[in-house]
Design a protein around this ligand. Sequence first.
Ligand SMILES: [Zn+2]
Length: 206
Amino acid sequence: MTPTDKLTEYFTKFPGIGPRQAKRFVYFILRKDNRFIEELSSLILNAKKSTMQCSSCYRLFSSEMNTQSSICDLCQNLNTDENIIMIVEKDVDLENVIKTGVFGGFFFVLGGSIPILDKSPSNKIRAKELFERVKNGAKNGLKEVILAMSVNPEGENTILYIHKVLEPLVEKYSLKISTLGRGLSTGTELEYSDSDTLQNALKNRG
Ligand SMILES: [Zn+2]
C-alpha cells in the first residue's frame, strides 16, 4: 500500500467521509506546500495534547485554562442549574446547545447511540457512567433528566434503553425523565439546530 493509499484510508475513518471525499482531501493536501502540511500535523498533535476528557460530563475540553482539574469549566460553573441535566450523544451536540444559550443545566455525553436489535447496548454508550452521574446528581438536588437524542429509530432505541438503565433511580429519587419535543423534526440533528428550534424543543419536552 502506498503512503497515499494509506492516507486515503485514514480519511475514510472520519465521520461521514466516504472513499471519494477521502481521495479529494488527499489530493488537496498533496497540492499544498510543506509548510501547510507541517502546520496541519503539529496543530493536530497540539490540539490532542491540550485536550482532556471531563470526568463528570465526559466532554472533551481544552485543558490550557484549567490544568489542575479533570472537571471541565461547565461542570465547575456555580451558576449551572443543578436541577436539570441534558443527555446528548456526542460532543458537537453539546457544543451546539451551549452556543444557542437556551439551556442552563448540566450535560452528559453518552458517546454514541444504540442500533436497533443491538446485542450489547451497554458497550455502545456510557451506560454505567450515566447511571453514576445521575445517581450522584439526584443526591444533590437533580430533578429532571432530558434526553436529547437524534430524531430517528436509533435515537428512539437509545431513549428506551436509557429509561431502563435509570429506572431504579427514577423510583428512588422521584426523578423525571423527559425527551426533547419533536419541534426537532424527523431527521434534524441536534448539532445543526438553531436556538429557536431548540428553545421550542425544550419548551415542548415531555
Ligand atoms: Zn464536564
